[in-house]
Ligand binder design. Structure first.
Ligand SMILES: Cc1cc2nc3c(=O)[nH]c(=O)nc-3n(C[C@H](O)[C@H](O)[C@H](O)COP(=O)(O)OP(=O)(O)OC[C@H]3O[C@@H](n4cnc5c(N)ncnc54)[C@H](O)[C@@H]3O)c2cc1C
Length: 442
C-alpha cells in the first residue's frame, strides 16, 4: 500500500498553510479548501517569534515575506509613560539566543508567502470553497477515508482531514456533533493600522521608521505597537474590557470612544491615537480545552485556533499554529510512516506532542493579561517594583513581561518543532515495548 496520503486541509490560514507545506515536503498529495474568495487583508500586524521563524527559514519562506521589520528594542511603559522594562539589541539577542529572528509583518504578507511556497510544492489551494459538512466513515476497511462537502455541493475525499478553520471552526462542531461556539474572554481589541504618510510629527515618524516593540500597561487594559512593511506602517492594538453585545464579534469602532478610554495615558500614545482615522473592534474569544483533537476513525485532526485559540497577549496564536503544522507534517514523514494504517498511531503521537503545549500557551496568555492589566494599588506597585529592580540589568527569574522573561521566553521561542519528531523517532523504535505502547494509546 502506498504511504502517500491524500490530505485535505480546511482553511488557508496560517496553521493550514504551514501544515500544507510540511505535508507536501513529506511527500503527500495536499489540497487546501479556503472559504474566502481571495486572501485579502484580514487582520493586521503579526509578530513572528523564533519558534515559527526558524520553520519559515527552513522552508525558504521567511525571506520572501514582504517588508519584515525586526524590532531592535522591546520596551514596557506604564500607562503614564514611565519605562518599566527595556531591552536594547532585541533583534540581535533573539538571533543569538534562538538562532532565528523575531520579526513583525502584515498577516496577509505572511499568508501570501506561505501560499506561494505551498503551490510551488504542488499543493492545490482552492478558494471560495466553504466546507459545510464532513463525513468520517467513507469506504470499507479498517482505516476509513473521510469526505467534506462545500457550500457549492462539491465533495472532496481524503485519507486525512486537517481542520485548520480557525476560531469559528465548522470542523470542530461537526466533529463534536454539536454547535460549539467560542467563548468571550472579557476583552476586546481595537485594531489600528497607521500609514507613515498619515503622521507628520517627527518624533512619531521616527517611532514608526525605527522598529521597536512597545507596550503600555494600565488598569484593565494594555497596548502593543510595532512597525511593519519596512517601517511604512504602524500596527497598534489596544486591549480593553469587552463591551460588545454577545452576538457581535467584529465591528467598526468609534474613534471618540477609543480615545476617551486612553485619556490621561502617556502623551506619546494619545498623540498617536489622534492620527487614527479608522479602528476595528474585535471581540477576543477563546474556547474550552478539548478532550481530543483527533477523531475515533483517525482521519481528522484539528490544528491552530480551531483547537487552542488564545488571547493574543504573547503573540503565539499564529506562531504555535505554525508549530502544529510543522510537527504534524514531520510525523507523517518519519521512516515509520509506511501506510495509512499508521494514521491512528501517528495522530496520537501528534496529539501527545502538541496538545499540552498549545493549551499551556493559551493558559499563559491569561497570566500575561493579569500582569499587564493591574489597576493602581498595592499589587501593581509590587509588580512595578519587580520590573524596576531589574531595569538596565540582566533579567533573572520570573518577570512580569513574558516577552523578555528568562523563564517563559526560552520555553516559547526556544521550541524547535523539527526536533520533536526526531525525539519521537527515538521513542518509536521502542514502540513494540508494551509500556510505551500503552502510554500512546492513553
Ligand atoms: C488582535 C489580534 C492580534 C494577534 N496578533 C498575533 C501575533 O502577533 N502573533 C501571533 O502568532 N498570533 C496573533 N494573533 C492570533 C492569530 O491571528 C491566530 O491565532 C491565527 O491566525 C490562527 O491561525 P489559524 O490558521 O488556526 O486560523 P485563521 O488564521 O483564522 O485561519 C482560518 C482559515 O480558515 C478559513 N475558514 C474558516 N471556516 C472555513 C470553512 N468552513 N471552510 C473553508 N475555510 C474556512 C478562514 O477563512 C481562514 O482563512 C492575533 C489575534 C488577534 C485577534
Amino acid at each position: 500500500m502506498s504511504k502517500e496520503l491524500d490530505i485535505l486541509i480546511i482553511g488557508a490560514g496560517l496553521s493550514g498553510l504551514a501544515a500544507s507545506i510540511q505535508c507536501a515536503l513529506s511527500g503527500h498529495r495536499v489540497t487546501v479548501l479556503e472559504s474566502a474568495k481571495e486572501l485579502a487583508e484580514i487582520g493586521a500586524g503579526l509578530q513572528l517569534t523564533p519558534n515559527a521563524t526558524r520553520l519559515l527559514l527552513k522552508w525558504g519562506v521567511y525571506d520572501t515575506i514582504r517588508g519584515l521589520c525586526e524590532p531592535t528594542t522591546c520596551t514596557v511603559y506604564n500607562y503614564k509613560g514611565r519605562i518599566l522594562a527595556h531591552e536594547d539589541h532585541f533583534d540581535k539577542n533573539n538571533r543569538r539566543k534562538y538562532n532565528a529572528p523575531f520579526s513583525d509583518c502584515h498577516r496577509v504578507d505572511l499568508q501570501q508567502a506561505l501560499v506561494r511556497k505551498a503551490e510551488e510544492l504542488g499543493v492545490k489551494v482552492v478558494l471560495s470553497a466553504r466546507v459545510v459538512d464532513l463525513d468520517f466513515d467513507v469506504g470499507e476497511g479498517q482505516q476509513k477515508r473521510a469526505s467534506v462537502t462545500t457550500e457549492a455541493w462539491k465533495t472532496y475525499e481524503a485519507d486525512l482531514i486537517i481542520g485548520a478553520d480557525g476560531l469559528w471552526s465548522t470542523t470542530r462542531s461537526v466533529f463534536l456533533g454539536r454547535k460549539d461556539s467560542p467563548l468571550p474572554t472579557g476583552d476586546l481589541a481595537f485594531r489600528i493600522v497607521l500609514q507613515l504618510k498619515q503622521i507628520e510629527d517627527p518624533k512619531l515618524r521616527k517611532m514608526v521608521q525605527e522598529p521597536g516593540v512597545r507596550f503600555w500597561a494600565g488598569p484593565d487594559s494594555h497596548v502593543v505597537a510595532y512597525s511593519m512593511r519596512g517601517g511604512t506602517m504602524y500596527n497598534v492594538v489596544l486591549l480593553v474590557p469587552d463591551d460588545l453585545p454577545d452576538s457581535v464579534a467584529r465591528v467598526e469602532g468609534n474613534l471618540e470612544e477609543m480615545r476617551a478610554w486612553f485619556e490621561g495615558w502617556d502623551p506619546v500614545l494619545t498623540q498617536l491615537l489622534e492620527h487614527v482615522d479608522r479602528v476595528d473592534k474585535w471581540k477576543l474569544m477563546h474556547r474550552a480545552e478539548m478532550e481530543s483533537w483527533i477523531n475515533d476513525q483517525s482521519n481528522l485532526v484539528l490544528v491552530g485556533d480551531s483547537c487552542h485559540p488564545m488571547l493574543p497577549y504573547l503573540a503565539q496564536g499564529a506562531n504555535s499554529s505554525i508549530e502544529d503544522g510543522a510537527v504534524l507534517g514531520l510525523l507523517l514523514a518519519l521512516p515509520h510512516f509506511k501506510s495509512k494504517h499508521q494514521l491512528p498511531k501517528t495522530l496520537r503521537l501528534f496529539q501527545k506532542l502538541r496538545k499540552a503545549r498549545g493549551e499551556a500557551i493559551a493558559r499563559e496568555t491569561f497570566k500575561q493579561r493579569k500582569d499587564f492589566h493591574m489597576r493602581d494599588g498595592s499589587e501593581q506597585e509590587a509588580r512595578d517594583a519587580l520590573f524596576l529592580r531589574q531595569l538596565g540589568k540582566e533579567l533573572v527569574g520570573a518577570f512580569p513581561s513574558r516577552w523578555t522573561c528568562p523563564v517563559v521566553q526560552p520555553w516559547l521561542y526556544g521550541y524547535d518543532a523539527e526536533k520533536e519528531p526526531y525525539e519521537i523517532g527515538r521513542l518509536s523504535r521502542m514502540f513494540h515495548h508494551p509500556v510505551i505502547n500503552m502510554i500512546f494509546r492513553s
